[in-house]
Design a protein around this ligand. Structure first.
Ligand code: G1P
Length: 288
């Protein structure tokens, strides 16, 4: 089976649900505790064996490239002040030379279009898609769980999770061929189903392993829900010729593209931090 070496991270979105903070800070660069959301996403990808990250960016997203590059002035100041632990931490997450590519999605035409923009960098091999809004907290990193499932059954894998009642119309929803255990063969999927028409209660939660044949289908640029070129529609078409499995991953998702989701992520991740947890708990209890 061909290994999954590359990941596409669509980061061109405007972040309208987290304004005004996302006005001139990319929403993916908003902090969870003390580092940007993307820092966690890249760590998750590396833990799953990803060797190359392809960011699909857009206007005003330059802070992302800068974050994953040296900051000579800051680094020399940390060194001069003896803040060597922080210096080490900052340097540790820098990419290896050539580990990251940045392509621009020049118009907001949808997730399918964003992924299609990465086609030349991905080439003819299976790849991951990570939606950075969805921050996942899991013992085994969520993408690693998807890669493990891929190594088991091959084809295409989509991480899913149970949808809160009444919210299916906001997501991509999958249909399963029987439901046993966490990894099940899929029979269909639909993007943003009309209320009451959803084929299951499992929504597509933001980690995918896809075969490169998806690019041919995305090239058709057919518009779907919301007038956007939807990744879900191209996957549904690919399902006619390739296998798809839904993986109910083991962990908790925080939708950081949403104000309350971002707040929950901050609280949850602060409470978990060995160096900050106790202090965070005391501060939160005091507020309550
Ligand atoms: C996208 C996908 C959808 C998925 C969701 C997860 O939708 O199209 O299938 O369930 O992300 O957040 P969007 O949030 O861009 O509307």
């Amino acid at each position: 089976m061909r290994p999954v070496r590359k990941a596409v991270l669509p980061v061109a979105g405007l972040g309208t649900r987290v304004l005004p903070g996302a006005k001139n800070t990319p929403k993916e660069m908003l902090n969870v505790v003390d580092r940007p959301i993307l820092s966690y996403i890249v760590a998750e990808g590396r833990a799953a064996g990803i060797e190359h990250f392809v960011f699909v960016t857009g206007r005003g997203k330059e802070a992302i490239e800068d974050y994953f590059d040296h900051h000579p002035e800051l680094e020399s100041q940390l060194e001069a002040k003896g803040k060597l632990e922080m210096l080490e931490e900052i340097r540790a997450e820098l990419p290896r030379p050539g580990e990251m590519s940045f392509v621009r999605q020049m118009a907001p035409l949808g997730l399918g279009h964003a992924v299609w923009c990465a086609r030349d960098v991905i080439g003819d091999e299976p790849f991951a898609v990570m939606l950075p809004d969805m921050l996942m907290d899991a013992k085994v990193p969520a993408l690693k769980q998807a890669v493990d499932a891929y190594n088991q059954v091959g084809g295409n894998i989509i991480a899913v999770e149970p949808c809160p009642p009444g919210e299916a119309h906001k997501y991509g929803i999958v249909a399963l061929d029987g439901h046993e255990g966490r990894l099940n063969r899929m029979t269909g999927m639909v993007e943003k189903p009309a209320p009451g028409t959803e084929p299951s209660n499992l929504f597509i939660s933001g980690r995918y392993i896809l075969q490169p044949e998806i690019f041919k289908l995305l090239a058709a640029q057919q518009k779907g829900a919301g007038g956007e070129i939807q990744l879900t529609d191209a996957m549904a078409r690919l399902m006619a010729v390739e296998s798809f499995h839904a993986l109910e991953y083991d962990g908790v998702t925080y939708d950081c593209g949403d104000k309350i989701g971002l707040l929950r992520a901050n609280v949850a991740f602060a409470l978990k931090r060995p160096d900050l947890g106790a202090e965070a708990r005391a501060a939160i209890m005091k507020l309550l």
